[in-house]
Design a protein around this ligand. Structure first.
Ligand code: 5AD
Ligand code: SF4
Length: 439
């Protein structure tokens, strides 16, 4: 009897990696693999790595070291490294860790089936090129497997912004947008398979400018096309750069009914001196005016953001400007990180802020963000929202889904199933979620 081979894939980092892992799993499905949740019974282990913040490469090497015993017991086990660490380290990974059979960069996933075959023939496989072809087109999924109600769809990759702290322009390469017709046909396919909410992904998603038969299409144009797909109920996108928030996109937030009132718009810092050194090419003031315009188009929009504290040469006064900006915007969600050096980026060469000072600032910023987050969530009590239900909750008879604003909402004892979109009145606000009842 045919025994499928087992693939264990471990995903680090952002939603783009989650999407990529799904595509890689599907591609290897064509080679007779099914997914397993444990490395112990795997025939192939793939680490889909992230290079954005922590001591990424070192972590990957120590993780790989742990597979030594497994490989000794099962010489046929193949071990691969994908993602941004693969792109950054390349061949060095195989030199430092001879256990590794396969190294594949984010632009080469469509070559995974041939690479896997190569490893089965006892060879090592390495591909970290930046090819011209659309890897997702080549990675076409297997036919019509049913899916849950929400899905990610990558529309652009890479970035030309070169923020002074960031590795993305080096690991993911220059900004490339997928052609609009491919995205639209992938979206229609997802909807046929049960998806009701699509989140468009890209490192700099609002720079999207995909080709269509007569010219280019902006992200707003793409959203309007998606808006026409019957059965698709919700559209989201992430992550955006302030300088690419074009008028048509701001307007779409006010007029496009399927576009959800939630916007992740990282600012990183509130001091103009630091923003300049970060090479962000916007000021605190221009960001605040932008948020004002977005809120004028869609008053109830929930803003979310990213922050870096302890960027080289950040003074207490600079940090205070970040706190002031946060006070002014009042984010519904925000992610804050301590600056961490990425070798090869311009900021790595600058005088660093002492660790304990950066830690102290991070705690102060997070306390403020948490307070706002909590207030924004508590303000939902008594309001009516629409919830797209996704799965059963922790308690018997409970279902959980997301509101328009991306708050998790649970409802008890209601007759709803995954994929239902229902009106819910919010009755309570908990630590990380809201409770409500069907209207
Ligand atoms: N150090 C700390 N945070 C970083 N980010 C990106 N690079 C670094 C770095 N070197 C953060 C930014 C970005 C988010 C995805 O990760 O805030 O928006
Ligand atoms: Fe990195 Fe985002 Fe800046 Fe691009 S815009 S360099 S992805 S932080």
């Amino acid at each position: 009897m045919f025994e499928p081979k087992k693939l264990f894939i471990k995903t680090y980092g952002c939603q783009m990696n989650v999407y990529d892992s799904e595509r890689m799993t599907e591609a290897l499905g064509g080679q007779g693999y099914v997914e397993t949740q444990s490395p112990d019974d795997a025939d192939m282990i793939l680490l889909n790595t992230c290079h954005i913040r922590e001591k990424a490469a070192e972590k990957v090497y120590s993780e790989l070291g742990r597979f030594k015993g497994l490989k000794a017991d099962k010489p046929d086990l193949k071990i691969g490294v994908a993602g941004c660490v693969a792109q950054a380290e390349g061949e060095e990974i195989m030199r430092r860790q001879p256990l590794v059979d396969l190294v594949v960069g984010p632009q080469s996933y469509h070559r995974l089936p041939e690479m896997e075959a190569k490893t089965r023939a006892g060879e090592k496989a390495l591909d970290t090129d930046f090819p011209e072809e659309d890897k997702f087109e080549k990675l076409k999924s297997r036919p019509k497997a049913k899916r849950g109600p929400t899905a990610f769809l990558t529309v652009q990759e890479g970035c030309d912004k070169f923020c002074a702290f960031c590795v993305v322009p080096y690991t993911r390469g220059a900004e490339v947008s997928r052609p609009a017709n491919r995205i639209l046909s992938e979206a229609r396919d997802l909807v046929e398979r049960g998806v009701r909410e699509i989140t468009l992904l890209g490192q700099n998603v609002n720079a999207y400018h995909g080709a269509r038969p007569n010219g280019d299409m902006s992200l707003a144009g793409l959203i309007w096309e998606l808006n026409k797909i019957d059965g698709l109920e919700r559209i989201r996108f992430t992550t955006s750069h302030p300088n690419d928030m074009t008028d048509d996109l701001i307007e779409a937030h006010g007029t496009c009914d399927k576009l959800m009132p939630y916007l992740h718009l990282p600012v990183q810092a509130g001091s103009d001196k630091i923003l300049k050194r970060m090479n962000r090419s916007h000021t605190a003031e221009s960001y605040l005016r932008l948020v004002e315009r977005i809120r004028a188009a869609r008053p109830d929009i929930l803003m979310s953001g990213d922050f870096i504290v302890g960027f080289p040469e950040e003074t207490e006064e600079d940090f205070q400007a970040t706190l002031d900006l946060v006070e002014e915007v009042r984010y519904g969600y925000a992610y804050s990180f301590k600056y961490s050096t990425r070798p090869g980026t311009p900021a790595a060469e600058r005088p660093q802020v002492p660790e304990d000072e950066a830690t102290d600032r991070l705690h102060r910023l997070q306390a403020l963000i948490t307070r706002h987050q909590r207030e924004v969530q508590d303000d939902m009590v008594g309001r009516e929202v629409r919830v797209l239900f996704e799965k059963a909750g922790r308690l018997e008879g409970q279902m959980v889904g997301k509101s328009e604003y991306l708050h998790a909402v649970h409802v008890g004892g209601a007759n709803v199933t995954s994929g239902d979109l229902r009106r819910v009145r919010i009755t309570a606000s908990g630590a990380n979620s809201l409770a409500g009842e069907l209207v």
